[in-house]
Design a protein around this ligand. Structure first.
Ligand code: B3K
Ligand code: ZN
Length: 876
């Protein structure tokens, strides 16, 4: 396939200041008439052809300035429309009529039908599946959209912007007209039509604009959208308060659909959502679902400024909108909930998804320089590492200068299709700092490691920290330059008191941030009266790994005393990981796991420390996952040995503390009715971690079965079901609970996804047959992305032992399934396939099986460009 390069960027020869779209909706034969006002750019030759993008299109009619175009004036293929002999003066009107079939569109980009609702998904290159256009993000146009449909099939007709007109037509049809005054790229176009229920509300902006809010869902599910509406209003207020950004249209609509390739889409004034990120009530949604809804509603809303008002010049700049908007939604959630707990969850997510991506064959810079298929670059590197880069700018400049830079960004670039260079420049101009070295974060792939050594001189009362940064080669980048890495720190004395150095020498230190800029640098602090324990990378101030010479005693000290909860959690995790990885090696070598009393004691202290937030205690008590341990090991991975090591630690902790765990479990029982707030979620999280320990200690499914039966909310119910399946596999108690769950929620697909996930995660060799069996369940369908991700995604990316079976059967099944999915929905298939990106880290037997299955996929002719790109890079 064709490779696109960042340095090949060229502006278009033509502009399209105005776009009129006229849709006549029909399930199989939708007719789209597009009327474009086109202007040749100054300086472009008058014989330059106009070349528009298409994808799978059927041209029905084409007119230039009102006259039908002769056959030799244009060339139309499904993928391209080229027109020559354009008017001398370079300004003209082009009318293009295409016909498309929304019903057979199973790849869910362009215009498609999901449960009888017409909807669109145009980012990144879906608009060209609707009509021929200059389908690129720097082509801004003002849209007017007229939609016509059967009144009974589609009483609701929505598009971007403000409603302008509507009315009845003959033959039972009706129409609506929408106008969006803000110029936008085609990827932000949206249309929704169908028969949906709605909840409405209003919001008045700081400057007094009255905005009508609507959230559209399947009839009968309206009440389940109330939390999303609440989150939307809080997001609108927060963006005014924290970033000074107001909403800019009279209407803001959100539509929930059940077939969607990702979480949601920020189309101007008309966000389209996966219903998973809209629908919630205590009976059907977990605390995690509520937090996800709040975050995604905020994320898409925040895109109105970071993405829509200021968009990207080209798709290489994707992190300009995504990294920044993730940073904004992280800050929003931190303000709505507990900042420390939110930050730890982010760090866990980053390490679980982005670090392995950066360490494997799919590693790429936050701003990639080349791609074959852009949809494969909506990655955790672009999103989550992209957000970390923005966070580092704030850490380096401080909150005031950061805000000043953001204000300048909005002022200078409103209405632009901008670049990362533009973004960095506003912070340089606002602060006077040189960020050229910092900008390497956008260009160099891989996770830097910081190797740290310490030295305390009793006589001079001086403490020295030496840091050496290193970055391994990644695909296409062999040698790397030293980066500017902000390391937030404190020096802790007895009981965790922060020691204030009299002065700092050596490399640059400003307030509580060490600015590492050379490959190897020393930082020396005077006036330190006792040997300190350094607390480094507070708040996880940079996305790096640390190799430090801290002893077990130092780590335990930090886990007990560090005033920064992130480094406190990090120290505990480091202690546990050391044990878990060494035990995994022992178990693989046929030796039993060993566990010291000190770790057991430490976990107990945290569990019972009522001065700590419950959510934080739950995070600390959640032993690093099997994939966390695999990542720490890095090579020669044997998932069965890892499971053995992890279970040994859980058993030891469970047995030592069973009595007090049981008491705490009872004390944490919910009082009053369910509230999806941070405090309630924290209590449930802690209680549900304890449920797992207790079930192990008691060697009985009874407690989990009872919790399952008595639960009045989905968080407790799903957690109990998880313990039953994980710990008591095919027991009667487990089967009974699974049946009860199905009997109660069997006609709610979104809830049943949890039922598929939990079974796909059942550890050990039995999982594969279970997954095969569940694929024949009447609710299962490979046509639906949520269902497919629930079963195939959870199995391949979440079930370490079941998927990575030593006999390779998991991989073989997966390869066959990917090929089937690829025929319907290439984007989904390609995304799922990334589950195999770490195949080289496994022990030789599994590695060979994995390679063979990947090779089977690669050998297939007729692969989509999406899967071909992933499989070839994974094998390279
Ligand atoms: N911008 C969309 C993602 C589009 C993905 C296209 N393959 C959602 C978001 O990041 O908000
Ligand atoms: Zn986004």
């Amino acid at each position: 396939g064709q490779v696109f390069h960042l340095e090949d960027y060229k502006p278009t020869d033509f502009l399209i200041p105005e776009t009129h779209l006229d849709f006549s909706l029909h399930p199989e034969r939708t007719v789209v008439k597009s009327t474009l006002q086109i202007e040749r750019r100054e300086g472009v030759a008058s014989d330059a052809p106009l070349i528009l993008d298409g994808d799978d299109l059927k041209l029905v009619d084409i007119r230039l300035d009102g006259a039908v175009l002769g056959d030799n004036a244009y060339i139309a293929t499904p993928d391209r429309l080229e027109i020559r002999g354009l008017p001398e003066n370079g300004a003209f009107t082009l009318e293009i009529t295409t016909e498309i079939n929304p019903t057979t569109n199973r790849q869910l980009t362009g215009l498609y039908r999901s449960s009888d609702v017409y909807c669109t998904q145009c980012e990144a290159e879906g608009f060209r599946r609707i009509t021929y256009f200059l389908d690129r993000p720097d082509m801004l146009s003002v849209y007017t959209v007229r939609i016509e449909a059967d009144s009974s099939e589609a009483p609701l007709l929505l598009s971007n912007g403000n409603p302008k007109d509507k009315g009845k037509l003959t033959n039972g049809r009706h129409f609506a007209v929408w106008h969006d005054p803000h110029p936008k790229p085609a990827y932000l176009f949206a249309l929704v039509a169908g028969d949906l229920g709605v909840i409405t509300d209003t919001f008045t902006t700081a400057s007094g604009r009255h905005v009508d809010l609507g959230i559209y869902v399947e009839h009968g599910k309206e009440r389940r959208a109330l939390y999303a509406m609440d989150a939307l209003k809080r997001s609108m207020k927060w963006d005014e308060d924290v970033f000074g950004r107001e909403y800019d249209l009279d209407a803001f609509n959100v539509v929930a659909v059940s077939d969607f390739n990702m979480g949601a889409m920020e189309n101007k004034g008309l966000n389209v959502f996966n219903d998973k990120y809209v629908l919630a009530d205590p009976d059907t949604a977990t605390d995690t679902d509520y937090a996800g809804i709040e975050a995604v509603i905020a994320h898409e809303y925040f895109h109105n400024w970071t993405g829509n008002r200021i968009t990207c010049r080209d798709w290489f700049q994707l992190c300009l909108k995504e990294g920044l908007t993730v940073y904004r939604d992280h800050e929003f959630s931190a303000d709505m909930r507990s900042r420390a707990v939110k930050r730890i969850a982010e760090v866990k997510g980053l390490k679980a998804h982005q670090f392995p991506e950066d360490a494997g064959p799919l590693a790429h810079p936050v701003r990639p320089r080349q791609f074959r298929e852009i949809n494969n670059f909506y990655t955790s590197t672009v999103y989550e590492k992209g957000s970390e880069v923005v966070r580092m700018i704030r850490t380096i400049l401080g909150p005031e200068l950061f805000r000043k830079g953001m204000d300048l960004y909005f002022e200078r670039h409103d209405g632009d299709a901008a670049t990362i260079e533009d973004f960095i420049k506003v912070f340089e101009d606002a602060s006077g700092e040189d960020l050229s070295q910092f900008a390497l974060w956008y260009d160099q792939a891989g996770t830097p490691n910081l190797a740290i050594t310490y030295d305390y001189d009793q006589a001079t009362k001086t403490f020295e920290i030496e840091i050496e940064q290193s970055l391994k080669p990644t695909p296409g980048q062999t040698s790397k330059k030293p980066m500017h890495i902000p390391v937030q720190f404190a020096l802790l004395g007895a009981k965790g008191r922060e020691l204030r150095p009299r002065s700092a020498k050596g490399g640059l230190v400003k307030d509580d941030v060490i600015h590492l800029r050379k490959r190897k640098e020393r930082f020396s602090f005077s006036g330190i009266l006792e040997r300190p324990v350094p607390s480094l990378l507070r708040g996880f101030s940079a996305p790096v790994t640390l190799t430090s010479e801290l002893t077990r005693t130092d780590l335990a000290f930090l886990a007990r005393n560090d005033g920064d909860e992130v480094t406190r959690w990090q120290a505990l995790t480091q202690l546990l990981n050391a044990k878990l990885t060494s035990n995994a090696k022992r178990v693989r070598g046929g030796k039993p796991a060993t566990i010291e009393n000190s770790s057991i004691k430490l976990l107990g202290e945290i569990a019972f420390n009522v001065t700590l937030d419950e959510a934080f205690r739950a995070l600390c008590l959640s032993i690093p996952s099997e994939s966390d341990i695999a990542r720490e090991l890095g090579a020669n991975i044997d998932p069965d040995a890892i499971l053995g090591s992890r279970d040994a630690l859980i058993s030891a902790v469970a047995e030592a503390h069973a009595g007090k765990f049981a008491q705490t479990y009872s004390e944490l029982a919910q009082e009053g009715s369910f509230k999806p707030d941070a405090a309630g979620a924290g209590r449930r999280a802690l209680r549900n971690v304890l449920l797992d320990y207790l079930s192990v200690a008691e060697g009985s499914s009874k407690r989990a079965a009872t919790q399952f039966k008595n639960a009045d909310n989905m968080t407790d119910r799903a957690a109990a079901l998880g313990v039953l399946v994980q710990r008591f596999g095919d027991s009667d108690a487990t089967n009974h609970a699974l049946q009860a769950f199905e009997a109660r929620f069997g006609n709610d697909p979104l809830v049943m996804d949890k039922w598929f996930v939990v079974q796909a995660m059942q550890p050990g060799n039995g999982a594969l047959d279970k997954v095969r069996e569940l694929m024949t369940h009447q609710l299962f369908s490979l046509d639906n992305p949520n269902r497919t991700r629930a079963l195939i995604g959870a199995f391949s990316s979440g079930n370490q032992t079941g998927f990575n079976r030593a006999d390779g059967a998991g991989y073989k099944f997966f390869a066959e399934t990917i090929l089937t999915i690829d025929k319907k929905n290439p984007q989904l298939a390609a995304r799922l396939l990334t589950a195999m990106r770490s195949w080289r880290s496994f022990e030789p037997v599994r590695r060979e099986h994995a390679r063979e299955s990947l090779a089977t996929i690669a050998r297939e002719t007729g692969l989509s460009a999406d899967v071909r790109d992933i499989v070839e890079r994974t094998l390279a």
